[in-house]
Design a protein around this ligand. Structure first.
Ligand code: NAD
Ligand code: DAU
Length: 334
């Protein structure tokens, strides 16, 4: 099988490529990534010489390039996106370009090249947010996105569904909760807090720290995508969650404890505008129909993640200093 992975130099995409080539070493993966600030080829350094892996620097909005790459592939998995909510609040333009127009462009390429199998990676944020006593999100929850990021992801999901219904494109969608694990860019809360503490800095907790997220270890997400690609029903959406709802302040205190620091490191800061209060996912559909459920308990995953950041300080220090953006040039020239 030849898979076109988009956004494979980011956090989840790079974990997915590694997962896939370990499990299916005879498959081929083409990784199309624009190497935005979030794309980092150091995430895939160990695969550089794998003959079944090829990197292509390019944008999912580029019609000719995507058409050529889609033509070669048996399946497309679309991870590429602008993903950080705070950045979407500051400036949403790239979110609309990549998440909406980029997805549209890939769908067109898939449709025009013999209706290629298409899996779209989406988020639980498209469902809006929950109050503490609200029933949790499932595949029937109406869309109600509240940030420019989640609105752009919602638009992309609608386009994928429209291509299935209108053109019969063999597509599936997964809406996943918050991931964490190795290679996560240190602007997201867990790696930001771990690396800040290693640098002796404070950790900025937004608002009252009582916003809740449902955490999933990234390898569990990769496994869910694998199962959907292999056994998922065409046209269907699958919700993926970690069964691990935690308020931010609880996670903050746990990271502080595991890293041997104390609570004087906590700094409460101004809240994120429109900050979604709670996300939680009911994953019974994928569990009952496809046999997937998360394997890694939160505390075990968090310990592994902290260990990884301790053992890979050059990786995140290069990001914080900006040096990681020179890696492509060093490897591939300008
Ligand atoms: P990330 O920000 O770490 O990586 C995104 C990757 O996409 C980067 O390598 C970037 O260079 C690439 N990219 C961005 N714009 C591009 C473009 N126009 N063309 C080609 N490549 C481009 O993101 P992530 O956290 O790995 O998320 C991957 C996907 O999973 C996204 O679609 C996101 O919405 C979804 N998701 C993320 C989470 C999470 O907790 N991180 C949870 C649920 C769903
Ligand atoms: O739910 C899935 C989503 O999870 C993905 O679709 C997004 O791409 C991903 O970025 C993530 O979005 P969040 O906004 O939930 O993640 P973030 O790490 O930015 O924030 C997690 C929580 O921590 C949120 O309630 C805001 C809070 N926070 C975040 C940062 C960066 C802080 O308190 N302080 C911080 O410095």
């Amino acid at each position: 099988m030849k898979i076109l992975v988009t956004g494979g130099a980011g956090f989840i995409g790079s974990n997915f490529i590694r997962y896939w080539l370990n499990k299916y070493p005879n498959d081929n993966i083409i990784n199309l990534d624009a190497l935005t600030y979030a794309g980092n080829l150091e995430n895939l350094r160990d695969l550089e010489n794998n003959k079944n892996y090829k990197f292509v620097k390019g944008n999912i909005c580029d019609k000719d390039l995507t058409n050529d790459l889609v033509k070669e592939a048996d399946a497309i998995i679309n991870f590429a996106a602008e993903t950080h909510v705070d950045r979407s609040i500051l400036d949403a333009e790239n979110f609309i370009k990549t998440n909406v127009l980029g997805t549209y462009n890939l769908l067109e390429a898939a449709k025009n090249n013999g209706s290629k199998r298409f899996h779209h990676i989406s988020t639980d944020e498209v469902f809006g947010h929950l109050g503490i006593n609200d029933p949790i999100f499932n595949e029937s929850t109406p869309y109600a996105p509240r940030s420019p990021y989640s609105a752009s992801k919602a638009a992309s999901d609608h386009l994928v569904r429209a291509y299935y219904h209108t053109y019969g494109l063999p597509a599936t969608i997964s809406n996943c909760s918050n991931n964490y694990g190795p290679y996560m860019f240190p602007e997201k809360v867990i790696p930001l807090f771990i690396t800040n503490l290693m640098e002796g800095k404070k950790v900025p907790v937004y608002g009252d720290g009582m916003n809740v997220r449902d955490w999933l270890y990234v390898e569990d997400h990769c496994e869910a995508i694998d199962i959907i690609l292999k056994k998922g029903k065409i046209g269907e959406t699958y919700c993926i969650g970690g069964n691990s709802e935690k308020p931010n302040i609880e996670i903050t205190k746990k990271i502080i404890e595991l890293m041997g620091k104390d609570e004087s490191s906590i700094e409460y800061v101004k809240d994120r505008p429109g900050h979604d209060r709670r996300y939680a996912i009911d994953f019974s559909k994928i569990k009952n129909e496809l046999g997937w459920e998360p394997k890694v308990f939160f505390e075990e995953g968090l310990k592994k993640t902290i260990e990884w950041y301790k053992n890979n300080q050059t990786w995140w220090k290069n990001i914080k200093s900006g040096d990681y953006q020179k890696y492509y040039e060093k490897q591939y020239g300008k």
